[in-house]
Structure formats: C-alpha cells, structure tokens
Design a protein around this ligand. Structure first.
Ligand SMILES: C[S@@+](CC[C@H](N)C(=O)[O-])C[C@H]1O[C@@H](n2cnc3c(N)ncnc32)[C@H](O)[C@@H]1O
Length: 277
C-alpha cells in the first residue's frame, strides 16, 4: 500500500495513461516481453487483470494461421477449467496442445509427460494435440511438498495445498480423451520417477509443473535427457517461482543447453531440442 497521502479533494478517477510514459516504461525495461511491460504499466490503474484475461484468450501469432485448432483448444480448456481439472490459464494450456501437435506433425517420437498433473487438465491438453500417444501423468495427489532453501519464503504458504485426485485425472480422460493410452503414476517424484523411467524410452513433450526447485530439478535430470531432437521442454513456473527458474537455469547451464527460451505467457516458457544438422 502506498504511504503517500492523497491531497484533500483529489479526484477519485483513475489517472489517465500517458502514451509517452507508457512508451518510456516499455523502453526502460528492455528484458521483459512487450505484454509484460504493458501489464506492469497498467497495474496501478487496475487494467492489468481485465486486459490480461483478454490477452490470455486472444490467439497468438501462430494460432492465427490455425483458427480451427485454436477454437477447439479454447473450448476444451474452458471445459477443463470449469470442471476443476486444471488451474493453468488458456494460453499455457493451448501451448501444450500446440507443441504436442507439432511433435505429431513433424514426426518427433516419444511420449507426453506431465510432471505435476494436478487433476489432469494439462495432461488432457497435451493428449488433445497428439491423441494416439502414450501420456504419463505424475503427481503426489497429496498436494505440494514443502519447499526447500532455494525457494522463496512465500512458497511455504503452499505446503500441502493443491491436493488433487487420481480418479479425477481418469475422469478427465474418460470425458475428454477416451482413447488416449494413459498412465497415472501416484507418489512423490523421487519415488515414482525411478519406477516409471524404465518404461519410458523417448519423450516428445515434457511438461515440468512441480513448482519448487527440487521438483523441477529432479524432473529435468530424470527426463530431459530422453527428450528427442525436435521435442519440447515446457517449464510452467519459470516466471512465477524463483526456485523453478533457478533449477532450470542451472540445468541448462550444466548441460550447455543454449537453445533460446520461448515465452508462452508471463509465467511459462519452453525450449525445443535442436535437430542435428
Ligand atoms: C501447480 S500444480 C500443477 C497444475 C496442473 N498442471 C494443471 O493443469 O492445473 C503442481 C502439482 O505438482 C505436484 N507436485 C509438486 N512437486 C511434487 C513432487 N515432488 N512429487 C509429486 N508431486 C509434486 C503437486 O501435487 C501439484 O498437484
């Protein structure tokens, strides 16, 4: 809350956004993407949320060329969100379908892995892009674990929250992706990954959505080496949780991965494994 006192009789109308100040703010923060810079500027006058929602559902440039798929993905996400199957926003959900479809259309082999599936909404979105592929959904179904020293203080408020249900994941697939070969693996990643790993030769799309440093690190260390050339790694919380970002940056640096990160929205990002020349 601002400590500056309002002058007596000051107008209660929101301040007018000056185009000059908007442009200056955009130029002042060159490392942020354009939507994020604009969002920052609109926050003080309360327009960031409604415009953010509009931005979230508006088609991205690549979706403009494929409006039928875009409409289908928006509709599917709406059902999943309304049914409590997912907490991710539309743009991120659609990106999962789009990247899975790219694997399908471009002949990139491998399963679709959702590490931190919650009630299965993100998993269904992945399956929607590549319906015949094996899909793996990992979750404790006991909520988030305690964060560690590499996560921010505010992460502690979330321990044990977001409790999901394995039955709800299966229900989501019965309703929205009935013919997908689905493997649900319940348990903490440190226990469930070693059990599943021998059954997963190759990965086309890896969705890393465990929020905390240790969960993200373990997911990358276990499965990223199996992502095929041309396949994708999506980090859901790169822009939201410092631990997720640190684990990703450290992993990429240790593996000398220089492929650029592509921003999906203000929290999620992905990279594509290069195809050898
Ligand atoms: C933000 S939610 C995932 C959201 C989901 N992808 C969606 O579509 O809404 C994060 C999930 O990761 C799970 N999770 C995080 N760390 C984990 C770990 N180490 N082992 C098992 N599950 C974990 C939590 O139980 C939680 O359901």
């Amino acid at each position: 809350m601002s400590s500056r006192a309002e002058p007596r009789g000051a107008s209660t109308l929101p301040p007018v956004v000056s185009i000059r100040r908007l442009v200056a703010a955009i130029e002042d923060a060159p490392r942020l993407s354009l939507p994020r810079r604009v969002g920052r500027r609109l926050r003080p006058i309360g327009l960031d949320v409604p415009l953010g929602r509009l931005y979230d559902t508006a088609p991205s440039r690549s979706e403009l060329a494929r409006m039928r798929e875009y409409r289908h993905a928006v509709g599917l996400w709406r059902h999943l969100r309304a049914g409590g199957y997912t907490m991710i926003d539309s743009r991120r959900a659609r990106a999962l379908s789009r990247l899975a479809r790219a694997c399908e259309e471009e002949g990139v082999a491998g399963a679709l892995l959702d590490c931190g599936c919650f009630n299965g909404g993100s998993t269904v979105m992945m399956a929607a892009g590549a319906p015949s592929r094996d899909v793996w959904a990992f979750d404790s179904f006991e909520g988030l674990p305690a964060p560690g020293p590499n996560d921010p203080e505010r992460a502690h408020d979330w321990t044990g929250r977001l409790v999901a249900s394995e039955e709800k994941v299966r229900e989501a697939f019965r309703r929205f992706a009935p013919s997908t070969p689905l493997h649900v693996v319940k348990g903490w990643f440190r226990d469930s990954f070693p059990v599943a790993l021998p059954q997963i030769d190759t990965v086309g799309l890896l969705h890393v959505d465990g929020d905390w440093y240790e969960s993200v690190k373990l997911t990358l260390e276990t499965f990223e080496p199996r992502v095929q050339a041309g396949g994708f790694v999506v980090i859901d919380d790169y822009g939201a949780w410092e631990g997720a970002r640190a684990a990703t940056d450290e992993y990429r640096s240790a593996q000398s991965i220089t492929t650029p990160l592509v921003e999906i929205d203000r929290t999620a990002t992905y990279w594509r494994k290069p195809v050898a020349a």
